[in-house]
Design a protein around this ligand. Sequence first.
Ligand code: ZN
Length: 276
Amino acid sequence: MGNYAKDLSKRFKHVGKGQSRGYCVICGEYGKLVLDHVPPQGSITVTKTEQHLITEVSGMNLERKIKGIRSPNGSKFRTICQTCNGERIGSGDDEVKRVHRAISDQVVAYYAGHSIYPWASVRFDVSKYLRAMTGHILSATSSIECQKEQVSSTYFDPLKSYVMNDDRRVFDTHDFYYWFYPYERHLSAKLVGFFNDGLTSKLSLLSFHPIAFMITEKDKSTYPAQASKLEETSKNLTLNISVSNVKYAPFPFIELEGNQFYMLTDYLCTTSKSLI
Ligand SMILES: [Zn+2]
């Protein structure tokens, strides 16, 4: 039993089994909690998946076979209320789905030799896209966060207000970046502390093929050279999809060098992978 328990994902303690009520991690209301799919349904081909904490499939745990949480229909988090799931995030999910499908089709066409230009681009509604992606970053967390009232946070409050009320002041406090993500594994990291030559910054990530998406504190963070920034007025999402552009690690997103490192709370950072 001892060894068996050691080799189970710690994520099992964070799915809120038997806990159908709690505080929504977006609006803070107490009530029934529903499942949020991250990545959102329709943006990827949903298959049988296995969920782990990111720390369990990286670094010194790479050689271990830790049993993750299996699901027949994608990676899920029971951390938000029906209103946040259905209306606040849900109203933008179709746009996320459309953007990811359109970029995926162009990636496939490029690697099949049907296009010689290593660029993929789609016209989109930036507000719908950003609010849905931000909402999923907030929801992809441990059920432990739902057991107590939400506390105020200078990092998370503007993000919550943006998802709930389309509060554009978020562009005064945060930056949004994206880049090509050619990996099969999905990553969600609600909060990572990044240290770069004495400067510290907070960031959040949500990456699933073919786009990596990152939120950072405004004008403070390190971001990969190939990243593009999304502005309030952006009309297109455009990516360089050539392999020559893939010189970075899937997580945190660059090869750490010199005086760079990151810190995270393991249960805030989850990964899932198709089992098919
Ligand atoms: Zn809510």
